[in-house]
Design a protein around this ligand. Sequence first.
Ligand code: FES
Length: 112
Amino acid sequence: MDMNWHPIGDISDIPLLGARCVKTPMMKIAVFRTDEHEVHAIENRCPHKGGPLSEGIVHGTSVTCPLHNWVISLETGKALGADEGEVRVIQIRNDSGQLFVALESLVMVAAE
Ligand code: FES
């Protein structure tokens, strides 16, 4: 399926091993930078009680929620360890430092 890619800015807007909350036409999402060139995007809402994951601590390819320390995988959106729950992963593309998210994956998240 062809995706419609929505621009969300430059990779340099996101601190290395950090995150930003990004507004999209449908919803706010959390965009993470785990490596010099690697980015991930998920819903900005912890599956536990809705904590803002964009304010969590990034380590490896996971983020620890700032509220009660659940650890969420940025690759699968699933809670790790003994906790159960998941957030939607949003498709993101890094095109020479310009970041784009797939509108289709935002629509799917917003519809839930
Ligand atoms: S809201 Fe994220 S761990 Fe509780």
